[in-house]
Design a protein around this ligand. Structure first.
Ligand code: C2E
Ligand code: CA
Ligand code: CA
Length: 740
């Protein structure tokens, strides 16, 4: 076969990427001629003198002995494209030794080797050709000009391919790096932007791309329209807009096609990538003039599959986040969401009325007619609020039996609200008359913060509950006198703590598979002196606010360790004890030391103590908390994240925390009702499993809930179904009863 280079059809891969090649002199292909015969050098040069391949000339390097060749190789390394090598020089196998030196000692894999020998029939063994990656073997007489040209062109082609493969190895490294960068992102939007940016850098494009998702699959919109969920470059302004807004039918049609046929589309100048994982799917359009080559295409596929795991996590997070802002039972916004909406400083809120509506004696309905009826009542209340107010009114459920309305005073007022509850509601088989108590406040300039609005309205609600004549009250600044009551309480707490009147009670945690007690949670109790207890939900915030929690918390740690050693003396070596830690404790720079001291003092193994922290504690001062926990974890102490799913932290913090256990918040366990899916509980358990954490369900009150959580793969449970928190002596009885 003869082939002339003038009409060579070689298509070299990617001319633009040449500047990334490690070639010293870009205009040339370096060809090293190694031969002890001067004549061969001259002939080779003449034959190839005016050869230009892919716009580059050849640059000849000459060596007459293997030793000289080694020097050239040392200097030029992988910039040598081809070595035309004489087999027999100083010695019979000087050439082959040089090959060995090149591939083994210098470990240069890129240069191509063409062996030449004067003696026909002196071919090297096949294994040598293979092992040392030799391109061609020719006798010198065979090397006519045209054959030499063909050989050189073919060898240059494979040299170029090898360089490209190395380059994609660099690309793969980029993929691995970018996948871990993307894990840091915790919103779908920034994740999508990240994807577009990383993709662009991967294949060397401008950041002109779109990420799109099918609506409904993740945007919680009802329509099937396709929306832009992340973008960079020119398209960034279209985030959250339908793709039809692009005014570019070419792009939107291709995106639509990609999602419909669920596959990548690579067509003249159009690349739309199909991304899917666990029920979530997206199309990624990448703007490019040139066509993608095979290697870029493969890179993209690898990239997509490596980021899809990250995508799945972000998607789970997104679902959880949604859940964190909506009440699952009534589908109304929850307390968090209401606060957010109020925080947005909208002009229409100015002068608006806020109302909190508390259903009186709701617990009687729950206890008397069952929780299902109770839930049904709450749903009926929600739909009545929806149907009897206009769109101008924001409705929310902010607590168990407390609803909120915010809107114009002509709609949101006690008369109107009482009218809404005039007739009975229908709940399952019951028609139930409801009484409500209403707290009212007006949203003023000085009070735009959602929390403040709620606080004021709540003060009014509490006041309304003490009224005998009317069922409502308006907020007035005078009634904030309650702060004085709070000061009195702090004073009393301080003196009772000093008099060692606080107690640490314990609630068992059960291993769902074996049914055995696996651990205990220590919970503070403050006797009110009249035979009852002031609930921790009332005094812990005061203790935190006053700083008293630092000393109380230290006592809790000591007390927990003292009890651990008592438990161990009684044969319960396996039980771990968890204690709750508040943020002021972390701000105490001796905190880590204090924990270690408590453990030492009572001779407790570090693994028997667990610290529970809530997400809000982490978000408050991430670095301080992460550092302290890392130090304690290194010491052997276990860490649990408490009330998980209620406040919302970011994926990256969660991954940076040295966690052992994830506690599914009571409210999600409470959502479990027969015959329905408890989506959030499920999402949390699966997130926990993916992060490799033990999961524990809080507030398990019914067999049904325990069964459901077990089926989801939850490991442990804690709740009234098994035992209420109890004093230590009762606990010892409880434990011996269970063992016997
Ligand atoms: P938490 O850490 O979420 O503790 C669990 C709470 O749920 C406890 O309330 C417990 O009595 C209650 N509980 C357990 N099982 C069930 C159940 O099946 N149904 C229902 N409805 N409730 C259940 P408690 O003891 O009133 O504590 C309230 C909160 O006070 C705790 O919530 C924790 O945040 C805080 N707290 C308690 N002790 C301490 C402490 O020593 N230090 C700090 N910093 N906070 C504490
Ligand atoms: Ca806890
Ligand atoms: Ca909890």
């Amino acid at each position: 076969m003869t082939q002339s280079y003038e009409n060579d059809e070689l298509v070299f891969l990617d001319e633009d990427t040449n500047n990334t090649l490690p070639v010293k002199n870009y205009q040339y292909w370096n060809i090293l001629v190694v031969d002890d015969d001067e004549e061969i050098h001259t002939v080779t040069r003449l034959a190839l003198a005016d050869l230009i391949v892919n716009d580059r000339k050849l640059n000849f390097l000459h060596a007459y002995t293997a030793e000289q060749a080694k020097d050239v190789l040392n200097e030029y390394g992988s910039q040598i494209a081809i070595i035309l090598l004489d087999v027999v020089m100083e010695t019979d196998n000087a050439g082959l030794n040089l090959v060995k030196f090149l591939r083994e000692s210098l470990s240069l894999q890129e240069p191509r080797i063409v062996l030449r020998t004067g003696q026909p029939g002196y071919a090297p063994e096949e294994t040598i050709i293979k092992d040392y990656d030799i391109n061609d073997y020719k006798t010198k007489t065979e090397l006519t000009r045209s054959k030499l040209v063909t050989t050189v062109i073919a060898s240059l082609r494979s040299y170029q391919q090898i360089l490209t493969i190395n380059q994609s190895r660099v690309g793969l490294q980029k993929i691995i790096d970018s996948a871990s960068n993307l894990l840091e992102e915790h919103s779908v939007k920034s994740f999508c932007e990240g994807v577009v940016t990383q993709l662009s850098s991967l294949i060397g494009l401008d950041e002109e791309g779109l990420v799109c998702a099918k609506a409904g699959s993740m945007l919680d919109k009802d329509s099937e329209e396709i929306f832009v969920i992340g973008a960079a470059g020119n398209f960034a302004r279209l985030i959250n807009q339908p793709v039809s807004q692009l005014n570019n039918p070419g792009i939107s049609e291709n995106i639509e096609r990609c999602l419909r046929y669920k596959r990548h589309i690579f067509e003249d100048g159009t690349s739309v990538l199909y991304l899917h994982r666990a029920g979530f799917e997206a199309a990624v359009y990448v703007n490019m003039e040139k066509e993608l080559n095979e290697i870029d295409r493969q890179l993209l596929e690898v990239f997509l599959s490596s980021i899809s795991v990250g995508y799945e996590n972000v998607h789970l997070f997104h679902q959880l986040r949604n859940a964190a802002f909506r009440d699952w039972l009534t589908r109304l916004p929850n307390r968090n969401e209401l606060i957010n909406v109020l925080d947005q400083h909208r002009p229409e809120h100015q002068g608006a009325s806020a109302a909190l509506i508390d259903i009186s004696h709701f617990s009687d309905i729950n206890d008397g007619l069952g929780q299902e009826t109770g839930n049904s009542v709450l749903q009926a209340v929600a739909s009545r609020l929806e149907s009897m107010t206009t769109d101008r009114v924001i409705k929310a459920r902010i607590g168990g039996d407390v609803f909120a309305l915010v809107g114009p005073p002509d709609e949101v007022n006690p008369e109107n609200i009482n009218r809404i509850f005039q007739s009975s509601v229908q709940a399952l088989d019951h028609s139930i008359p409801l009484n409500v108590t209403i707290g009212m406040s007006e949203i003023q300039d000085d009070c735009f913060h959602g929390l403040e609005v709620l606080k004021r309205t709540n003060i009014a609600l509490n006041r309304a509950k003490r009224h005998h004549t009317e069922n409502f009250a308006f907020y007035a600044p005078e009634i904030e006198e309650s702060t004085t009551t709070q000061l009195g309480m702090i004073r009393k707490l301080r003196s009772d703590f000093a008099d060692t009147k606080l107690q640490l009670w314990f609630q068992p945690q059960i291993d769902l598979r074996s049914g055995r007690v696996a651990g205990l949670e220590g919970l503070l109790r403050w006797p009110d002196g009249k035979g009852g207890y002031i609930p921790p939900s009332e005094f812990i915030p005061l203790a935190e606010y006053s700083g008293l929690i630092v000393d109380i918390g230290r006592w809790v740690l000591e007390e927990a360790c003292r009890r651990i050693s008592q438990l161990r003396e009684n044969g319960y070596e396996q039980l771990r004890v968890a204690v709750n830690i508040s943020i002021p404790q972390f701000r105490d720079r001796y905190f880590v030391e204090k924990v270690k001291t408590a453990l030492d003092r009572y001779n407790c193994p570090s693994g028997s103590l667990e610290l529970e922290i809530t997400e809000s504690v982490v978000m408050d001062e991430p670095q301080i908390v992460i550092d302290a926990l890392a130090a304690l974890k290194a010491h052997g102490v276990a860490i649990a994240i408490d009330d998980f799913g209620t406040g919302f932290s970011s994926m990256s913090y969660l991954q940076r925390l040295p966690l052992d256990r994830l506690k599914v918040d009571r409210s999600f366990v409470n959502d479990i009702v027969p015959g329905k899916n408890a989506v959030i509980a499920e999402t949390i358990v699966s997130l926990g499993n993916k992060l490799g954490l033990v999961t524990i369900a809080e507030g398990v009150e019914t067999q049904e809930q325990a069964r459901y959580m077990t089926e989801l793969g939850c490991d442990e449970a804690q709740g009234y179904l098994y035992a209420r928190p109890m004093p230590f002596d009762d606990l010892m009885q409880f434990l011996s009863g269970r063992q016997g």
